[in-house]
Design a protein around this ligand. Structure first.
Ligand SMILES: [Zn+2]
Length: 418
């Protein structure tokens, strides 16, 4: 038994090992065996403990693969969409997106080509796992993906802006196989009944529940007063029937509204969370729910910046997501980290790196496999190098370069003997 183990075991060593869940190790090593991490520590200690095991010297940095907490792969082909002129015109962007999709001359296979290209690039950039939200079925995204792609956690998105639409959505969900996780689009597009119904299904099946939440001030205005661009948008589309009239019950914020519906728990992921109060963040932390930040998308749509310092103060480690090309100029988690660091100079670089790795793994409920170089996790480790990284002489320089330097020149996957 010991002999078999030793044949498949390998030591990976580098100048810097960044486990994320524990402090950075200078001159560190990771021991991997059949796709799992079995030890991590100082190189000298590891070589002493694992004598006779083959060692591979890696360049610069070893770190866990990244996790993209929010994408819409079915929108991978959308290009040149206009950002809304102001936050209270958020629905202009939605209208344009709907028009593009309705008049789409793009074939299904072209959409597949577009998202395949994005997934390949995600993997090349060091992304190990992505959460994908979509309305349409693509068999290419279900089941095992081929080598060279990240693992795709696909959630089927539902909308229900009025009573009839909610009935239709419920019927669609009830006909869906239990293997497909369902999520809800947003509180401005979906009435409370469908939130409760979908979340109950998620709880029954142990699925993750994701929702766009507190993304724009227009959403808050609509939920609080029933007015603004979302009301106009629904009326124009003949979708308004008063399903969203909560004004008489009082509306204190999207998170409080969700808590009132009973949908906040450790398998609920709130995407964007730009317009949230400290009290709401305390509640998110108390319920063990998660947040996924999309700084690039927020900038594109002009909805503001999420209160990240307050999230960290509340004990929340958010995930990071790119969203889709319909609301972001580049689909690249390294750029999201750089943007976040520039927008929030007081947030520690270590925290931002943790958001792109461990935060995503925790938010998607996959921390046992991804997000850190820790004993028992999958050996989804990337080797990262660049001329700037090679010039770094201490740990803080290395982490700063990774977070603020954009996508490094050289990223490669450390494959292990299985
Ligand atoms: Zn989104």
């Amino acid at each position: 038994m010991e002999k078999i183990k030793r044949q498949t075991m390998e030591i990976l060593s580098a100048e810097w090992v960044i486990p994320v869940a524990t402090p950075v190790i200078g001159d560190g090593s990771v021991v991997v065996d059949r796709g799992r991490i079995i030890a991590v520590g100082k190189r000298a200690d590891i070589l002493c403990k694992y004598q006779g095991i083959e060692e591979r010297r890696c360049d610069s940095v070893l770190m866990p693969g990244l996790v993209n907490g929010h994408m819409h792969l079915e929108l991978s082909h959308v290009r040149d969409i206009t950002p809304p002129p102001a936050e209270n015109a958020f629905t202009d962007w939605i209208s344009e997106l709907i028009t593009i999709r309705q008049n789409d001359t793009v074939t299904r296979s072209q959409v597949v080509v577009a998202f395949t290209s994005i997934l390949l690039d995600q993997y090349a950039s060091g992304v190990a796992l992505v959460a994908d939200i979509g309305n349409e079925f693509f068999s290419e995204l279900s089941g095992q993906v081929s080598d060279g792609w990240p693992e795709v956690l696909r959630l089927v998105e539902c909308l229900g802006p009025n009573r009839q639409a909610i009935l239709t959505a419920k019927e669609k969900i009830s006909n869906l196989s239990d293997r497909y996780p369902v999520c809800v689009h947003a509180p401005y597009s979906t009435g409370p009944d469908l939130f409760v119904y979908s979340k109950q299904r998620c709880r029954r099946l142990g699925h993750l529940f994701s929702v766009h939440a507190a993304e724009s001030s227009a959403e808050i205005e609509f939920l609080r007063f029933g007015t603004g661009c979302f009301r106009n948008f629904l009326e124009k589309r003949k979708s308004w029937d008063g399903t969203f009239s909560f004004a008489e019950e009082g509306f204190a914020g999207t998170v409080f509204y969700f808590d009132h519906l009973g949908i906040l728990d450790e398998k609920t992921l709130l995407v964007h969370a730009v317009h949230v109060s400290e009290q709401e963040l305390s509640l998110v932390a108390k319920r063990g729910a998660h947040i996924c930040l999309c700084p690039g998308s927020n900038m594109f749509l002009g909805v503001g910046k999420a209160p990240i310092e307050k999230m960290i103060k509340a004990g929340i480690l958010p995930a990071l997501g790119t969203d889709s090309p319909a609301s972001n100029v580049t689909i690249d988690l390294w750029r999201e980290m750089k943007l976040l660091a520039a927008e929030h100079p007081r947030v520690a670089h270590e925290s931002i790196l943790a958001m792109a790795t461990l935060g995503g793994a925790q938010a998607l409920n996959r921390w046992k496999d991804y997000g850190s170089i820790t004993q028992g996790r999958r050996s989804q480790i990337i080797q990262v190098s660049s001329p700037a990284l090679k010039r770094c002489t201490d740990i803080s320089q290395v982490v700063r370069q990774l977070v603020t330097g954009g996508r490094p020149n050289e990223i490669s996957w450390i494959s292990t003997i299985n």
